[in-house]
Design a protein around this ligand. Structure first.
Ligand code: ZN
Ligand code: MN
Length: 476
């Protein structure tokens, strides 16, 4: 099946990834660990842009950038250089952003995503290094704010800006791309996606070959999907009424779910880019081979390995490798439990219950899931009870053993089920003859009575089988 893309949607993304796992900022020695600190406590003359201060490049930031470029299948430039992008805004006290222009550190890559019609390639135009501006905090909404506060703790943090080609054909594909990108970055151990400002997205979108608009500063993947859905609908309505889409920058109001016009789109020459005189060009081509050698296993490779090494369904491998913490968690479980059984429990049950509660895997322990799976595999509790134990741990805490005991979940012995089956048969003659006469529904009723007699601790499938056997014997 080929995806038709009826509205001719073309989406390109620009993603700023904050290198918040570096110890220091991009061009100064200020600590990056400001997230729980008071405003303007992690600053110095360099990141405040005071006159006469001079930047020094963070070597590890360059290594991280190369690592990212290689993971995105990009070519690494021979020699890289920084430029000044000139504009004034209160979060940028220098009056320019130190960034890269015609010699980005990486270019020409690709990322494979699960598209509308199977595997879909999104080309990466470039990935370049730059610094984060400070943080403006508007009191109230950005439109009607009474005042604005500025925190320069973020000023000068290392960023990688990743620019894609307009290869995504729906908001869903855009979201999948963002998820994949975040996943790759976490595998690379270059950033922590849970921190404020870790990833910011600007989305370009056009329909039917028309002009594109850019929606700025979207802070979540779900937000990107919603902003794009809104923007596509807005453009479609405009065209339907005979209007024209104008090239402009829009802001996504997350609370209202709408995009608002901010300004007409600036052009590259408006920024008067020129080479940064305080930072010399760097020859980085020689760094790439050893960084390439040291790249960790990436999501696609891990997914393939899971399928072959643990003999699991591709669907499970995909679910387990879409977050490195889940993948690591799974491998610890698979070391002690049959890997296929472990895959089903972690990928289907555990992940489902965590997602439902908006929790991540760090809120569950390997020991607990191992203990629960063992209880099920050994026949001590039913699968259903296993799920119940997982839910109880998430909602109320406690250990598997205690929860099983307190809730009387230990599975009843076979002879108790047999006893219940014969009792139910003698107490429900009508239902029994209905079933024998061909009324299939009556079986469910009979099995339900067995479950009731055993307080739900019988395995439903087993109870059903035993009931059928008993009826067979009567019927002969
Ligand atoms: Zn500083
Ligand atoms: Mn940028």
């Amino acid at each position: 099946m080929v995806y038709e893309n009826p509205d001719g949607v073309m989406i390109g993304l620009e993603i700023h990834v904050q290198l918040n796992k570096l110890n220091t900022k991009m061009f100064c020695g200020c600590s990056t660990q400001y997230h729980n600190a008071g405003p303007n406590t992690h600053v110095c003359p360099v990141c405040l842009g005071l006159p006469g201060s001079l930047p020094v490049i963070n070597k590890r930031a360059v290594e991280y950038a190369i690592r990212i470029g290689l993971a995105l299948n990009c070519d690494i430039v021979e020699q890289t250089q920084f430029h000044r992008k000139n504009y004034y805004y209160p979060d940028l006290p220098k009056g320019f952003q130190t960034t890269q222009y015609d010699f980005p550190i990486a270019s020409g890559g690709k990322v494979v995503i699960e598209g509308e019609d199977g595997e879909h390639v999104v080309r990466i135009t470039r990935a370049h290094m730059e610094e984060d501006p400070g943080r403006l905090m508007h009191i109230g909404s950005i439109e009607k704010s009474k005042g604005t506060l500025i925190d320069y703790n973020r000023s000068g943090m290392g960023l990688i800006e990743i620019v894609s080609e307009p290869d995504m054909r729906s908001p869903k594909e855009a979201r999948r791309f963002l998820d994949k990108l975040r996943n790759i970055m976490e595998y690379l151990d270059v950033f922590d996606s849970d921190l404020e400002g870790a990833m910011k997205v600007d989305a370009n979108v056009s329909i039917m070959g028309g002009d594109r608009t850019e929606v700025k500063n979207i802070s979540s993947h779900k937000g990107a999907e919603r902003a794009l859905l809104y923007e596509i609908m807005r453009q479609k309505n405009l065209l339907r009424r005979g209007g024209n889409v104008v090239m402009e920058t829009r802001h996504f109001d997350e609370a209202r779910g709408v995009t608002i016009s901010m300004r007409t789109k600036e052009e590259e020459h408006d920024y008067r880019y020129f080479p940064e005189p305080d930072l010399v060009p760097m020859r980085v081509a020689d760094w790439a081979p050893s960084i390439y050698e040291a790249l960790p296993e990436l999501p696609d490779a891990k997914r393939e390995r899971f399928v072959s090494q643990y003999d699991m369904a591709d669907m499970h491998a995909k679910a387990l490798t879409s977050d490195i913490r889940v993948a690591d968690f799974y491998e610890l479980v698979a070391a002690v439990i049959d890997p296929r059984t472990a895959a089903a429990w972690v990928a289907d049950v555990l992940k489902g219950e965590l997602n439902y509660r908006d929790l991540n895997i760090t809120s569950f322990t390997v020991d607990d899931i191992v203990e629960i799976i063992k209880l099920v595999v050994e026949g001590k509790i039913t699968e259903k009870s296993g799920v119940q134990v997982i839910r109880t741990i998430m909602d109320e805490g406690g250990s598997p053993q205690d929860i099983v005991r307190q809730n009387g979940l230990l599975r009843v012995e076979d002879d108790i089920v047999t006893q219940a089956v014969s009792e139910v048969i003698s107490e429900n003659k009508d239902a029994l003859s209905d079933y024998i006469a061909g009324k299939g529904k009556s079986l469910n009723y009979l099995v339900g009575q067995v479950m009731k007699k055993t307080n739900g601790r019988a395995d439903a499938r087993q109870a059903r089988e035993m009931m059928l056997e008993a009826i067979d014997r009567i019927n002969k």
